[in-house]
Design a protein around this ligand. Structure first.
Ligand SMILES: [Mg+2]
Length: 407
């Protein structure tokens, strides 16, 4: 049986700010994105702010209304990355198999390192102590230990802050009976909404639901995975960045609502496709180097060309600009039916932050923050000002019939 440990930093960005500025300790703190004023969403809250009822989905203005003493601090992602890297290198001193799950979470496979859960528990206490002595005395993390990633992550959620929770055969059934399905990583609020009407509220309910019944409401693969989740079964390995399986390519294409004659009409589609591809790359923590554009004409003939950059990217704007160059130099004589973009020549991006220049790190953080907002509120809720210029240019095309289709 495997032994997996999951570490999750508590109220991370807010605690990191309290770590670096003792004046903020013990006070309600809200970390917000830079420069967007009172309507910015609270990116992170200190324990004290959460106690006052402030929630992460609130705007700074709402937070201030509820808690007039709240101190708003601008997010400093360089600081958070710097702290995270120190935590991750502590984890890597125990096992080479560390999977960085997000900026403040990681899985550690201790299967070959520990003989039993008790030994893993000692390592967990050691990690907590080293976090305080080597990284910052105000920082805390919650640790979960179990026999797979699903249960280890669930365990770390159980006790905050500074928790240490073990899920093994002694308490597994209790946990399954008392854990609401929306707490399971991979189910979340969206899938839960589809499960509640079926009378499925806890993991145990899910485990006891007939697979055939689940197949009525979900595709067979999803149904099987859901049932396994309910039982606390998970075979996913802990994947250090150097073992991440790579897809061969990422691509998107779009068939226009009607055939268009002007290639400028294809630009706005291209912009959206480039952003979509870039977002998928970033989600998969992958960078690509070869960008391939293809255009399909009304008669189903097509044109395609690719360019290989000297560096790797997952930036939608850059991918768009390469695509634009390709399309601009080609003379079209037929109406365009569809546009596609794909990117190949891929590598993992997880290992690169340390090698980036400060301005690249900043750009990455802007992209990351806008991804988080777009994940929550839908594509293109937020985009960079540099894209607005392109958007304007695209929208000012004299024949703007399809103005609002893509943007
Ligand atoms: Mg956390």
């Amino acid at each position: 049986m495997k032994i997996i440990l999951h570490v999750d930093m508590n109220s991370y960005f807010a605690t990191a700010e309290q770590q670096s500025n003792p004046f903020l300790r013990g006070k309600p703190v809200c970390v917000a994105g830079k420069g967007s004023g009172e309507r910015t969403i609270c990116a992170a809250l200190s324990v004290e702010a959460k106690k006052m009822g402030v929630k992460g989905i609130m705007s700074v203005w709402e937070a201030r209304n509820l808690c007039p003493d709240i101190i708003v601090v601008a997010a400093d992602f360089n600081k958070y990355q710097f702290i995270s890297r120190q935590l991750f290198s502590i984890l890597e001193s125990y096992s080479p198999n560390v999977e960085i799950f997000s900026i403040d979470e990681a899985f550690v496979d201790l299967t070959r390192i520990c003989k039993n859960i008790e030994e893993a528990q000692n390592i967990a206490l050691d990690i907590k102590a080293r976090l305080k002595s080597e990284v910052g005395d105000y920082l805390t993390c919650s640790i979960g230990i179990s026999h797979n990633k699903l249960l280890a992550k669930l365990a770390s959620e159980k006790q905050k802050p500074d928790g240490l929770t073990i899920i093994d055969k002694n308490n597994l059934n209790d946990i399954l009976a008392t854990t609401p399905i929306e707490d399971v990583c991979g189910i979340g609020p969206r899938l839960s909404k589809r499960l509640y009407p079926l009378g499925i509220k806890s993991m145990q309910d899910l485990a006891q639901t007939n697979l055939q019944r689940l197949t009525h409401f979900f595709n067979p693969r999803q149904a099987k995975i859901l049932k396994m989740m309910g039982q606390g079964i998970d075979y996913e390995p802990v994947l250090p960045y150097w073992q991440f399986p790579l897809e061969k390519s990422y691509g998107h294409s779009y068939t226009l609502p009607k055939n268009v004659f002007k290639k400028e009409e294809a630009f706005k589609v291209l912009l959206k496709l480039a952003e979509k591809v870039a977002r998928r790359l970033r989600k998969a923590k992958v960078l690509g180097r070869t960008i391939h554009i293809y255009i399909r004409f009304f008669d189903f003939t097509s044109y395609g060309e690719q360019t290989t950059l000297t560096h790797f990217t997952n930036d939608g704007l850059e991918i768009y600009q390469v695509g634009l160059k390709i399309i601009t130099k080609y003379h079209f004589s037929k109406p365009i039916r569809a546009v596609g973009i794909s990117i190949t020549n891929l590598k993992n991006s997880v290992d690169t932050p340390a090698l980036l220049l400060p301005e690249d790190i900043k750009n990455n953080e802007v992209i990351k923050a806008s991804d988080a907002i777009n994940d929550r509120y839908g594509e293109f809720t937020l985009f960079r000002a540099s894209l607005t210029k392109i958007k304007d240019k695209v929208q000012n095309i004299p024949d703007g019939r399809n103005k609002r289709i893509m943007l």
